[in-house]
Design a protein around this ligand. Structure first.
Ligand code: UD1
Length: 420
């Protein structure tokens, strides 16, 4: 099994270019089921999760042109082959496969999806996806690990109040309501930039979606949508991860192709920590900074601090001379990186959903185990600032979300390689 080996202590300087957002492109790919015409996407990251979504879609009849994926272009076109099942073998690899449920149900009046797997960060139910689709007239049966749903008379627009904010449930219901008959009013939707990018793409496909409140939208359902060309937004989580690398060990490290508006939550923390950075129109330059203060953070829905950067910021906070704390509000089992980081010398304790990060002396490299996508990359960050060698096992998690991570870091002077 492949491993990543890092010898820490080398400063990072030069440029790192951020790819397209994984979490934006996955629902947008699923949205291609809503039309017979081709959807052309640019700024698509070449990642394992994208390959998995291509396989899920291909199993439903989608033709995917991946010949230019190395140039970050992808074309997907749905061809109805009367297959409405997303199988366990694919869905277990990536929870986001559940995003085909809404569009397939809207298009085919019938869909079956295996209950999802994906990152081991808690229970992660899909009850809200199901409840919202029920409001549009769908009927659900759970059978042998599959969620089978039907809407024999087609989906019908309705008023839907999402009981809490969910990115995936918002995306599924927005896609389904786009082809439902009549109007839908959806309340309490997620406004993560990835959801907004999906809405932008759907609108360019002919969907009529309007915000009538901060988290409230109206959708006028259409009979058909058309194909489109769409440029995916930059990945704010990849950007935030490398920004943290810059704050840890950068020497004027420039992170380019970012959308500064999407980075405000982490920039606020950098300001509190007095990190040395310079923000430009679509890039940011960051240098290693001594941190004299601690912060008390909580993960929240956008525009709050993202759970997907919690593990990474923890490494930065461990370099502060004062205590910090992080409350994880989104996923209940998302501190699995803590024991691994502590084996490298961090001083982090956990009480329920709160972690206390105390100052640590120099970290020492160690063999460590990646547990989920973002946890894995926090180990890379820790490895970059540790004395000696860090060997990260189970790196397939990293490949799900970080394109060419060794190349991007080694080009900037980091001593990182992948071994078999
Ligand atoms: C998406 C992101 C993931 C990110 C998360 C939160 C993708 C592919 N993944 O995941 O990287 O960490 O948003 O920003 O975009 N919940 C329910 N019932 C449901 C659905 C969700 O209780 O039916 C709960 C979840 O367990 C969690 C919370 O709602 O506690 C938020 O989850 P959600 O926003 O749905 O996350 P995902 O869409 O799975």
């Amino acid at each position: 099994m492949e491993k990543i080996v890092i010898t820490g202590g080398e400063p990072l300087s030069g440029n790192i270019t951020i790819g397209g957002s994984k979490n934006a492109v996955l629902p947008i790919m699923a949205a291609c089921i809503l039309t017979d015409e081709a959807v052309h996407l640019t700024n698509v990251p070449n990642l394992q999760d994208i390959q998995t979504m291509i396989k899920v879609l291909e199993s439903l009849g989608v033709k995917a042109d991946i010949s230019n994926l190395s140039q970050n272009k992808l074309t997907v076109c749905y061809e109805d082959i009367n297959k409405n099942i997303a199988e366990y073998d694919l869905v277990r690899k990536m929870r986001a496969s559940v995003l085909i449920l809404g569009p397939l149900l809207a298009r085919k009046k019938e869909a079956s999806v295996s209950l999802p797997g994906g990152c081991a960060i808690g229970a992660r139910p899909i009850d809200m996806h199901i409840d919202a689709l029920k409001k549009l007239g769908a009927e659900f049966v759970l059978d042998s690990g599959y969620v089978n749903c039907k809407a024999p008379k087609g989906l019908k627009g309705n008023k839907i109040d999402l009981k809490k904010i969910s990115v995936g449930a918002s995306e599924n219901i927005i896609m389904a309501a786009s082809l439902a008959s009549g109007e839908s009013e959806i309340n309490n939707i997620a406004i993560e930039p990835e959801v907004i990018d999906l809405i932008k793409c759907l609108k360019s496909m002919g969907s009529e979606i309007d915000f009538i409140g901060d988290r409230k939208i109206l959708i006028q359902g259409k009979e058909n949508l058309r194909g489109t060309t769409h440029e995916v937004i930059p990945d704010r989580i990849e950007a935030g991860t490398y920004m943290i690398a810059g704050a840890l060990i950068g020497n004027n490290l420039k992170i380019q192709n970012i959308e500064p508006d999407h980075m405000q939550n982490i920039l606020n923390v950098f300001e509190e920590l007095k990190i040395d950075f310079k923000l430009n129109k679509d890039s940011i330059s960051i240098s290693k900074s001594d941190i004299e203060v601690g912060v008390n953070l909580q993960t929240e829905e956008y525009p709050g601090f993202p759970t997907d950067l919690q593990a990474q910021i923890m490494v930065l906070l461990s370099k502060s001379k004062k205590n910090s704390s992080i409350i994880e509000n989104i996923f209940e089992n998302r501190f699995m990186h803590v024991p691994e980081l502590n084996r490298m010398g961090t001083q982090i304790s956990i009480e329920g959903n709160k972690s206390i990060i105390s100052p640590s002396s120099e970290l020492i490299g160690a063999p460590v185990m990646a547990t989920d996508l973002r946890a894995s990359v926090s180990l890379v960050l820790a490895g970059l600032i540790s004395k000696g060698e860090t060997i990260i096992n189970r790196i397939y998690h990293i490949d799900r979300g970080y394109e060419e991570i060794e190349k991007k870091i080694s080009q900037c002077g980091g001593n990182i390689k992948r071994i078999k």
